[in-house]
Write a protein that binds this ligand. Structure first.
Ligand SMILES: [Mg+2]
Length: 257
C-alpha cells in the first residue's frame, strides 16, 4: 500500500493505479490533429468519387466539428480525443447521413476512408511523446511495488507499442484496450481490469483526462478519482474529479504510509 501525494498533500492510499493513455500519459494532440485532417481529406476524396452530389466544404466543416477540431486545437471531450476508432467511424457515417447518404452507404464510405488512411501510411505512426513526468511516476510506482495498468480506447497493439517505445512495458501489469469487452467507459471494464490485477477497486486510483473516464471510475467504486488537465492545449472540464492534477510532477508516492 502506498500513499499518493498531490502537491505533498495525501489524497489516497492505494495498491494500484489505472491510467488512461491519450491526453493523460501521452501527448496525443499533435498526432490526433494530423489524423483528423488526413481522415477529412480522404473522406472528401472518396465522397466526391462515390457521391458527387455531396458538398465537400460542408463535409469538411461538419467532420471537423464531429471530431472536435476547432481553431487548430482538439476538444479534449470530443469524439477523436475520447472515443474508439469504431465510434469515430460511426460518427463519420452520421455526418455523411446528415449530408444525404443512406446509412449503409455512409458506413461503407466511413470504413473505406479510415482504412485508406491506415493503408496509405498517410500519417506518422511513431508513438506520441510522454507527457512530462509521467514516465518517472510509472517507474517510481514499479520500484515501490504499486501495480500500474493502462485502460484506454486505443487498440491493444497501439497501447503496447506506446509502452514499448517509452520503455515502460515492464512497469505495467495489465492493459484494457478497445479490443477488450466491454470497452471504456463501461464501469464493468474497470471492474474486470481490477479482477485481472487481483485488486479491489477501492484500493485503486484512476487517472484520466475525460469526464467519461472519471464517471466510470466513480461507478466502479475506485478509491481515488483523479482528473488530469495538463494533456491538451484546451484543458478538459472534469466536474467528476475528486482531485485535479495539472502536471505529473505534482504527484508523488509516500511509501512509508
Ligand atoms: Mg484520454
Amino acid at each position: 500500500m502506498a500513499q499518493l501525494l498531490l502537491k505533498e498533500n495525501p489524497i489516497c492510499n492505494c495498491q494500484g493505479v489505472l491510467f488512461d493513455k491519450d491526453g493523460t500519459l501521452s501527448h496525443s494532440e499533435p498526432h490526433l490533429l494530423e489524423l483528423a485532417e488526413a481522415r477529412i481529406k480522404k473522406a472528401i476524396e472518396i465522397a466526391q468519387e462515390k457521391t458527387p452530389a455531396l458538398q465537400a466544404p460542408a463535409l469538411g466543416d461538419t467532420l471537423r466539428r464531429a471530431f472536435g477540431v476547432h481553431n487548430g486545437m482538439l476538444d479534449p471531450g470530443g469524439t477523436l480525443a475520447v472515443a474508439s476508432r469504431q465510434d469515430n467511424i460511426a460518427s463519420t457515417a452520421t455526418v455523411l447521413c446528415l449530408l444525404g447518404c443512406s446509412w449503409p452507404q455512409a458506413l461503407a464510405l466511413a470504413h473505406a476512408c479510415f482504412d485508406a488512411v491506415d493503408q496509405d501510411n498517410l500519417i506518422d505512426t511513431t508513438p506520441s511523446p510522454l507527457l512530462n513526468g509521467a514516465g518517472q511516476l510509472m517507474r517510481d510506482l514499479y520500484q515501490q511495488g504499486v501495480t500500474a495498468a493502462v485502460i484506454s480506447n486505443d487498440t491493444r497493439s497501439g497501447i503496447e507499442d506506446f509502452l514499448a517505445h517509452h520503455e515502460l512495458k515492464a512497469c505495467v501489469a495489465s492493459i484494457w484496450s478497445a479490443d477488450d469487452h466491454p470497452r471504456k467507459p463501461d464501469p464493468q471494464a474497470v471492474l474486470e481490469l481490477c479482477e485481472r490485477l487481483d485488486l479491489p477497486p477501492q484500493r485503486c486510483a484512476l487517472v484520466g483526462d475525460a469526464e467519461t473516464d472519471l464517471q466510470m471510475a466513480l461507478e466502479a467504486g475506485i478509491g481515488g478519482v483523479i482528473g488530469f488537465t495538463g494533456g491538451w492545449s484546451r484543458p478538459p472540464e472534469l466536474p467528476s474529479a475528486q482531485y485535479l492534477l495539472h502536471s505529473w510532477e505534482d504527484l508523488a508516492l509516500n511509501t512509508a504510509a
